[in-house]
Design a protein around this ligand. Structure first.
Ligand code: AHR
Length: 316
């Protein structure tokens, strides 16, 4: 770089917003879909942050299909984008396409969900939540609640997320790891509700129809499925939040409204507002600055008792 050019950049840097310092970046982003309130907030955060940072965003919605994500990634490679970011719908099956990105010298950032690949150098970094810990937090809340009714057995039904996805696998793992310390807590049924309200309702209806065992607790891997299940529980003539204790994950506005109405007992936060961090990370990756391999986000637990106070502060 010439001295004159360096001076111009330095002068410009005095008034340009921080995010606009770096060379313009084109990012290809493959999103899982639009299956939940969480996902809508995540997409909005990424689009807004790209605009604010002056990043040209090529955005593709995969409609919950891995094959669409593979196609999108191949098209980003063909378009020679500077960086590819994506939230993988499922954990496995990425080795081939990520090798293609590596061969084309295009760095890959994973957001929200992780992948299982033989060679970890196929992606540069991951930014997202600790899903195992989210499952543990949900179970710890239940253990505390169970301690208040020391002799009762608690039958749990579980609405899992998308089969093969990192949040479904990890949340289940974390939840089971913690509840096993109390043999009174048993998962009696577990099925995927695909992270959607409609499927959450449908699966809960089928759980409720099987009358062999009373259902005491619902653990839903996300708020949308819990909200769908609440409808099913009400239609079955039961009181959600009272007859059946409901625990879910995400912390979306809809969950806070359900808690305020007494229909949901607790939500474990999973933060979708990853856009600004992703854009900063992309600039570091493209300019070859060292970055952490895994960047996780701090998150809380919100029981129904704090819902009314917290609702006005929620950003998603
Ligand atoms: O990967 C994050 C999960 O995906 C969210 O918990 C869920 O709502 C979304 O569909």
């Amino acid at each position: 770089m010439t001295a004159r050019r360096r001076t111009l950049i330095t002068a410009a840097a005095l008034w340009l917003p921080v995010a606009a310092f770096a060379a313009p970046i084109t990012m290809g982003f493959s999103q899982v879909g639009a299956e939940s309130e969480w996902r809508t907030a995540n997409t909005a955060s990424i689009k807004a942050a790209a605009k604010a940072a002056g990043v040209t965003l090529k955005f593709a919605d995969a409609q919950q299909k891995q094959e669409n994500q593979v196609k999108a990634i191949r098209s980003f490679i063909a378009q020679k984008v500077d960086v590819i970011a994506f939230s993988p719908v499922v954990e496995s099956g990425w080795d081939t396409v990520l090798k293609e990105a590596k061969a084309a010298n295009i760095p890959v950032i994973l957001t929200d969900r992780a992948v299982k690949v033989a060679d970890a150098s196929l992606y540069v970094t991951f930014i997202g939540s600790d899903f195992v810990e989210e499952g543990r937090k949900a179970a710890r809340w239940l253990l505390e609640r169970a301690a208040k009714t020391p002799n009762a057995a608690l039958n749990i039904v579980e609405l899992q997320g998308t089969v093969g996805s990192a949040p479904a696998i990890d949340r289940k793992k974390g939840f089971e790891e913690v509840i096993k310390s109390n043999p009174r807590l048993q998962i009696i049924r577990s099925q995927s509700g695909e992270f959607t309200r409609a499927k959450g309702k449908e699966v809960m209806e089928s759980f409720l129809k099987q009358r062999d065992k009373k259902i005491d607790v619902l653990f839903a891997h996300n708020d949308d499925m819990a909200i769908g299940a609440i409808q099913a529980i009400e239609e079955a003539g039961l009181k959600p939040g009272q007859d059946i204790v409901i625990i879910s994950i995400d912390g979306v506005r809809g969950a806070f409204e359900a808690m305020k109405a007494g229909k949901l007992n607790v939500t474990v936060e999973c933060n979708p507002l990853l856009g600004p961090q992703l854009m900063r990370l992309a600039q570091d990756v493209v300019t070859k600055k060292p970055v952490e391999k895994r960047i996780t986000v701090e998150e809380g637990v919100f029981p129904a008792e704090v819902a009314a106070k917290e609702l006005p502060n929620r950003k998603y």
